[in-house]
Design a protein. Structure first.
Length: 264
């Protein structure tokens, strides 16, 4: 199959290089990725500056073709599908990653990795975000995660991705024999408390450093955070359908009673 790979850690990151090397063994892999790290970029797009795109010739890892852009992760997927890839190169699936660090709980709202996959879903394609749940970023550290992603693609051949949805995958950094299984999970709460440490620089100027502490969750909860802490691979179906449908009738009864909303 044709696979489009992007990320938020940049074209040179070990995570994307390992993933490309693994998936290109069986698939046609195309890469469009940022020219630098774009972590925590969220779902942003470049609107007011030109978006530079350059094809790179380094196919040593097995890509069919690869491009680097000055844009965000969302830009990469959007421009790849809409402008760069020709008809025969259009992807069957979009994969974002492998991210350096976890994307768990409500923190995915900030994630460039997850937003990259969401852009694929918004364009109607099956999309997966893959993260290594560790702050270690050595090349070898990503190999099992990439291998699992390849296995996951095989398992998902009969799965119909729901509209407006992605799969968010987090793999613990452990030897394969120490992985305790796969857990299908829901999103947990935020991983860290909101806390900023006030500091003074050598010139007497005040600055702040984000210094939140880890939030504990019950080990038996069905969340992605609990699964990873229990040495399991977490797979969470996530949707960008944000309408809270159950509240529509309640608001109508309050704001539009007697079939009239003209109270302003």
């Amino acid at each position: 199959m044709n696979i489009l790979i992007s990320n938020d850690d940049g074209i040179a990151a070990n995570g994307i290089r390992v993933l490309v090397a693994e998936l290109s063994k069986k698939h046609n892999v195309y890469v469009v990725a940022p020219d630098r790290e774009r972590s925590a970029a969220g779902h942003s797009l470049t609107l007011h500056t030109p978006l530079r795109v350059e094809e790179i010739e380094d196919t040593s890892l097995g890509t069919k073709r690869a491009w680097v852009t000055t844009g965000t992760p969302g830009d990469c997927v959007k421009i790849a599908i809409s402008a760069i890839l020709n008809k025969d190169e259009q992807p069957d699936v979009v994969i974002s990653g492998i991210n350096h660090g976890p994307n768990l709980g409500a923190d995915i709202l900030y994630s460039g990795t997850v937003s990259c996959a969401m852009e694929g879903a918004m364009l109607g394609l099956p999309s997966i975000a893959v993260s290594l749940a560790s702050m270690s970023a050595n090349y070898e550290d990503f190999k099992y995660c990439a291998h699992f992603t390849s296995l996951l693609l095989e398992k998902l051949k009969g799965f119909n991705f729901p509209p407006k949805s992605i799969l968010n995958v987090n793999v613990p950094l452990l030897p394969e024999e120490d992985i305790a299984g796969v857990a299908i999970t829901e999103l947990g709460r935020k991983m860290f408390t909101d806390a900023y440490e006030k500091r003074i620089d050598p010139r007497g100027k005040v600055y702040y450093w984000m210094a939140g502490k880890l939030i504990n969750e019950p080990q038996n909860s069905m969340t992605d955070i609990a699964a990873v802490r229990n040495n399991k691979i977490s797979i969470t179906p996530v949707t960008y359908e944000m309408t809270r449908h159950e509240t529509i009738n309640e608001l109508n009864s309050i704001l539009c009673s007697d079939n009239s909303c003209q109270w302003y």
